[in-house]
Design a protein around this ligand. Sequence first.
Ligand code: PLP
Length: 343
Amino acid sequence: MLDFPIPRIIAANLKRRSRLRRTLLTPHFPDTPMSTLAPHSDAVIWMNGQMVPWADATIHVLTHSLHYGSGVFEGLRAFATDDGPAIFRLEEHTDRLFDSAACVDMTIPFSRDEINEACREIVRVNRLKTAYIRPICFYGPEGLGLHAKGLRVHTAIAAWEWGVYLGDEGLEQGIHVFVSSIIRDRVNAPLTSSKICGNYVYSAVATAQAKNAGYDEALLLEADGRISEGSGENLFLVRNGMLETPELGSALDGITRGTIMEMAQEEGIEVRETRLMPEDLMNCDEAFFTGTAAEVTPIRQVDEQIIGDGRRGPITTQLQRRYQDIVSGRSDTHRHWLTYTRP
Ligand SMILES: Cc1ncc(COP(=O)(O)O)c(C=O)c1O
């Protein structure tokens, strides 16, 4: 028997909606290191093939993608290794950027190789030891009709040192997650599951809800109540020694998700992609988020529900360590996932 009736997470979530409206109106002041961009004085951003001083990398106010969310982007990390910074799964991220662009009928005016090389160069030129890398492609300001035909496609790649997304303590102790009232939709997948700028309004509002209400991160459901993903992460549960993750629908096909699934299988841990409901959080042993920014972050509590022992569990720890070993080049396996930024 469960400790309390199954619908409690959902009921609590519904009750919270009026409270949420209040928290949404509360001004949110960024307070985590992730919210702050503090480039050094000679930092540069790659824009349309040129290195531009950070402060000059600006766009026109009538930029089409600013108005309609029609840009596409990626988020990558370069990790410190003994051979200098190495970008994790660069080619897969660049492929996903091109896939997202295809979803918005955008032709990126650079080749995959040129984008890959620019990602390496931006880390190198900015003399970064570790980096978060943000490529973005967007339609310019030459016209503001919805049809973007004929508009110039701009491409920019920025890189900066970004600490642990959900905090060092989160990585060690686990985070407290909030089930958001914002609904993710699978009707137009793959459009809604691509890294298209406009899609991120759901994640941004869900994150504001969670932070304003004192939680660390938001979990979003689909219209039928099934779990989709975190605002910027995929979800995994551990049950009876096995990993479970929501099957892809509205959720992004995360590169870290794929990495964890592959690593788990190598470690002899069975992985199942399935339909997961909030109730499944009540009787799982461990839960964690995965993402380029969030890496492998344990979840210690969802709403009022303590997960497992309320701290990072053994399988999460095992996969987190393995992930860290691979991204930092300490493992002998999967070295082809690392692209070194040094020439
Ligand atoms: C909505 C969303 N889900 C999941 C992820 C995790 O994807 P990845 O592991 O490729 O970073 C991200 C991060 O990009 C995201 O924005």
